[in-house]
Write a protein that binds this ligand. Sequence first.
Ligand SMILES: Cc1ncc(COP(=O)(O)O)c(C=O)c1O
Length: 392
Amino acid sequence: MNNRRLFLEYLAQTSPFPLQIEIEKAQGCILYGAEGKEYIDLISGISVSNVGHCHPKVVKAVQDQAAKYMHLMVYGEIIQGPQVKLAEKISALLPPSLNNIYFVNSGSEAIEGALKLSKRYTRRSEIISFNNAYHGSTTGALSIIGSEKYKNAFRPLTPMTTSIRFNNTDDFKYITNKTAAVFIEPIQGEAGIILPEKNYLKKLREKCTETGTLLVFDEVQSGFGRTGKMFAFEHYDVVPDILICAKGMGGGMPIGAFISSKEIMSTLMESPILGHITTFGGHPVSCAASLACIEVIEEERLLKDISDKEALFRKLLVHPKIKSIRGKGLFLAVEFASRDINFAVNHQCLENGVFVDWFLFNDKSLRIAPPLTITAAEIEAACEKILMAIEK
Ligand SMILES: Cc1ncc(COP(=O)(O)O)c(C=O)c1O
């Protein structure tokens, strides 16, 4: 059987229409298909490959660490160099109150940890999140996503969760002194890249402080440079109580984290002890990759050019069929008049050798989230292919 047949026969499928493109190699912004076709990657595996595919520094960090030791013991017991160095590095990037890190393996897991932490710390049960928010597929995370369509088949889910409207301060009335936490993507991703209105996050911060509610920022997509700052919340002068990271954090390796203050985090240590544990969380190879990834962002000064790259996309992607371009940095959505147009353009883009996608909760918009290392020439080539796809 060839790999396509094996894929369809033995791999659990998530939809009836998987892309079925076989990739043999990926380097920088280019995916090399098995049949000799090349694709410019405009989505980074959904905001993962921020430093490009197989960055040599990340590859070396992985190889070096894998040769020293891999898994030793469940998280939290043994001192592992890559883990502690990464924790120190991330703390230094963040405001002083975000100085304590719990490493996990994925975004969903980080959300699960934060749900437990916020309940444990506040001793409250209610959780508020937002319409069209995406936080993951595990049952806790699923309970707080903002889509009935995705939740309904799996009920009952976690009780006492409420979805409110993004960018609507009237709905802050639902945040009370019974609310443990508000989970929000400071820039909504799967909703189709929705930016917060001016001062919206500040007002939300005030409401949370007033009611003793923890404010949790999910930066699984927007973190690690995607918007031109290391974390999107830095654009808005608001500090959360808990920060969630994953995806771009690992330079292509699986890792996630929930980050808070030592005071809040220390409640997970007792009553019960071992109240949140993980076997592979903070895997040393993933931590080494993550540290290398942050060093690449810094050493190659990748954040410096992000707004120029955004401007180039905006300048080149002009066509009567494009209704608008939303977003910040290399976290963009190109909106068409309908789902049908978007799907046709997506299909044609793949034919033309540019890898794009739509959003879970916004199928009229095309996703643009390339590696931050993308060059001007690659942006020009990709935009030409997108415009050709639209014409076709
Ligand atoms: C904002 C956000 N939070 C959480 C998650 C879940 O992350 P993971 O797929 O690593 O579990 C995602 C995944 O797309 C996401 O976009």
